[in-house]
Design a protein around this ligand. Structure first.
Ligand SMILES: Cc1cc2nc3c(=O)[nH]c(=O)nc-3n(C[C@H](O)[C@H](O)[C@H](O)COP(=O)(O)OP(=O)(O)OC[C@H]3O[C@@H](n4cnc5c(N)ncnc54)[C@H](O)[C@@H]3O)c2cc1C
Length: 408
């Protein structure tokens, strides 16, 4: 059967934070846009549930903040860590020059559903779930559309611009033959939930101990936990009795000694493979990549969603007029990469430095850990905590919605 054919101005592959925000902004500006998302819903776990002050500021600029904050969330005003026996605060978001001096922890599906619901008000917006982009359509060296498998068969979408927002295993960037620079990562993360009891500590906490790193995010009635392991170590761990893993968690989080028994085995633990990479060129004629598709982010600092949203805002600011008028040129795509490459380079540079200098060392350390000088200074001089807060909460070059786009 011949595939169904659809024609839009902009076709976005991937309905994650980058794709949904860009789709929403373009539709709001009057551009006919189609987002193709391969899953049937946004209800996936393990994707990072942090909404940063810069994203909350974008919501404010769009007039959506008050309604958005009515969704259930936890406000995190500071980031805390325990290194060896020393507890310290490493970032304080309260002083940021934004409407919200906190990170909102919210399940990512709530955030994406909210954007989908708001976008659905615009007749130009279309979201197709269970639409798996499988290839690009090219004519004379230009990308002119995509092919996708849907629940109802194959479709062909023609568009002035195809945007790859399909995450770190992007099929779009692979099919486009865009060159990738890999930075490597010494670790992977085991991701799981533990029940949270009323007597448990309240703080969202990173715990660094010799040979072990454990992150516990307070999500109200449960802890979202990340247990950092050396890359490739998971197979060896799975050969050990599961009890060994439970005991390792309790050593780092004694309050979890009962709830850890509720983990039934390795099936309750998800391996998240960490990678850090960046495209040399984020575009080709008719095609642009943004978010993790252009630059896969490490979980260090929990800033990947922030960057994905910032990319979407920067892209929408540049693209909404030329796409609406049918006058898209390669220069527009170049301008987006130019604007977003510096923040990406700096952020990834910091992440790679933390991975190599701190995480890789902690994972092989056998002696009791002492906090490095930089952390001891943060503990002693509260003013300094504003620096990491700025890097994590706002990012290197915070984007603002173009006033013409912000007005409905
Ligand atoms: C262990 C770990 C923990 C992390 N924790 C955090 C955190 O706490 N905070 C934070 O800010 N960042 C975190 N990150 C990074 C963050 O997950 C990413 O940087 C961010 O999700 C990127 O957003 P995106 O929209 O570019 O891509 P994604 O969120 O990956 O979204 C891509 C979307 O495209 C869809 N898709 C993929 N292929 C196709 C296809 N062929 N056709 C159609 N759709 C497709 C996917 O289903 C998905 O919905 C973490 C990363 C890791 C590895």
């Amino acid at each position: 059967m011949a595939p169904d054919k659809i024609s839009v101005r902009c076709c976005i592959a991937g309905g994650g934070p980058a794709g949904m925000m860009l789709g929403y902004l373009l539709a709001r500006a009057g551009v006919k846009v189609l987002v193709l998302e391969k899953h049937g819903d946004f209800l996936r776990d393990f994707r990072g549930d942090t909404i940063h002050p810069s994203t909350l500021e974008v919501m404010h600029e769009l007039g959506l903040l008050d309604e958005f904050l009515k969704l259930p969330h936890q406000k995190v005003y500071e980031l805390n860590a325990q290194v060896g026996e020393m507890r310290l605060t490493i970032a304080d978001f309260r002083h940021l020059p934004t409407h919200c001096g906190f990170v909102a922890f919210m399940p990512q599906w709530d955030f994406l559903n909210f954007l989908a619901e708001k976008a659905a008000r615009y007749p130009n917006f279309n979201l197709m779930m269970q639409a798996d982009v499988t290839g690009l359509i090219e004519e004379s060296g230009r990308v002119v559309g995509v092919r996708a498998k849907t629940a109802n068969g194959e479709i062909e979408v023609r568009a002035d611009l195809v945007v790859g927002a399909d995450g770190r295993s992007s099929i779009v960037r692979e099919k486009a033959g865009l060159k990738v620079k890999e930075f490597g990562a010494p670790m992977d993360v085991l991701w799981f939930r533990l029940r949270r009891n009323a007597a448990d500590p309240a703080a969202t906490m990173g715990r660094f101990d010799s040979g072990r790193i454990f992150i516990a995010l307070n999500r109200g009635d449960y802890w979202q936990c990340g247990y950092v392991i050396a890359k490739g170590q998971f197979d060896e761990m799975r050969r050990q009795p599961f009890e060994t893993f439970r005991a390792a968690i309790v050593k780092l989080a004694p309050y979890a000694k009962d709830s850890v028994q509720e983990l039934r085995g390795w099936d309750d633990v998800k391996l998240l493979t960490v990678r850090v990479d960046r495209l040399l060129e984020w575009f080709r004629p008719g095609l642009l990549c943004i978010g993790d598709s252009a630059h896969a982010m490490s979980p260090v600092g929990g800033v990947g969603i922030n960057l994905a949203i910032q990319d979407a805002v920067a892209a929408a600011n540049v693209l909404f007029e030329p796409l609406r008028e049918g006058q898209l040129a390669i220069e527009h795509l170049r301008r987006i990469q130019k604007r977003r490459e510096l923040p990406t380079r700096v952020t990834q540079g910091l992440q790679v430095a933390v991975q190599r200098r701190i995480i890789a060392r902690v994972l092989v350390e056998t002696e009791p850990l002492k906090p490095p000088l930089a952390l001891r200074l943060l503990a002693k001089i509260p003013f300094l905590r504003r620096i990491p807060a700025r890097i994590v909460g706002l990012g290197i070059r915070p984007e603002h919605v173009d006033p013409a786009l912000a007005q409905e």
